[in-house]
Design a protein around this ligand. Structure first.
Ligand code: 5GP
Length: 116
């Protein structure tokens, strides 16, 4: 992906900018959201910049989407009570600000969450 269209997540993946990383393998990275909306708020991010949103990922690499979901499940168990909300914002009017597919994992008390 060209420099002009690269996102903040690519800079986190390349360690250009710091993040509180809680999980990483060759295909996925997960880190704490900088502006948490729940007691636990993680972002699970495929390392490839090929997919802007979850529908593109589902069509292009369903196994990687399944891996994102399995990672969310595992991290919610490790860092919270294993119950969680999984949110993929798709499109600007739906709240998407970073156009590199990512799952929000929200766990804990969610009543006040604007993502609810
Ligand atoms: P979106 O709005 O695209 O669904 O989610 C993007 C998320 O990335 C937001 O919840 C926002 O707080 C988070 N975010 C944006 N910039 C950074 C950053 O530099 N570091 C971290 N850890 N999270 C970020």
């Amino acid at each position: 992906m060209s420099e002009a269209t690269s996102t903040i997540f690519e800079r986190i993946i390349s360690r250009d900018i710091p993040a509180d990383v809680v999980f990483e393998n060759d295909r996925i990275i997960a880190f704490r959201d900088i502006a948490p909306q729940a007691p636990l708020h993680l972002l699970v991010v495929p390392k490839t910049a090929e997919y802007a949103n979850v529908a593109e990922l589902a069509a292009g690499d369903p196994a990687l989407l399944a891996e994102v979901v399995a990672t969310a499940e595992q991290l919610a168990s490790e860092h919270s009570n294993g119950e969680y909300r999984l949110v993929f914002n798709s499109g600007e009017s739906a709240g998407q600000t970073v156009f590199h597919v990512h799952a929000h994992v929200l766990s804990g008390s969610l009543n006040e969450s604007p993502l609810a």
